[in-house]
Unconditional design. Sequence first.
Length: 235
Amino acid sequence: MATSRTSAPAFLLHSTPYRETSLVVDLFTRDHGRIAAVAKGAKRPRSALRAVLLQFQPLIATWSGNRELRTLTGAEWTGGLPAPQGDALLCAFYLNELLIRLLPREDAHPALYDAYERALRELSDGAPADETLRRFEWMLLREAGYAPDLDRDSADRPIDAQRLYRWSPSGGFVAAEPHEPSVVAGAMLHELAEGRFGSTANRQQAKYLMRAILSHHLDGAPLNTRQILIDLHKL
């Protein structure tokens, strides 16, 4: 009986050595979510897979098998996406780490895949990295089912642009007073929903809010790439 094969647009998120000449690759595919596959012989100098299994490059991946660990039978580079450089490259690694840590395997999210590709393009084109990261973080939280409601507060009242709020893991956004810690502006929550920020203050609030929500859903475990970015910008 012939072994069925599946092909889909994909990005390589991570790879680890497997035996002497192979790799285990973590692929983010548009139609099948994250999958793990063995790329046999991919470490050999003349392997066709070795030349195309590059992070942040769009691929058409082909694999066989239906177990947790598939067999990668082919990968074709589709081009058209410049590789991010410098700080943008670190930001791209951060996106990959978020996907690996928060997105379960075998859970398809075509809209998130498109958002990831768009974020890579923005980073490569020199767009403001903070806005790109906030948009992607929010999309990931929404697609993974972790996003709090940005339209209504914990008392089921519409979020008021003129009020302050604090985020509660159990209740969403709670109306707050200026003297309370970790408050954010209702106007910023409206901007977060739109993916654009009108002031430096709102950008900072969005960053710390996303950090708190992500940390909660990661059970406080640190993100390695975020710490590298923080350390670099302390220099």
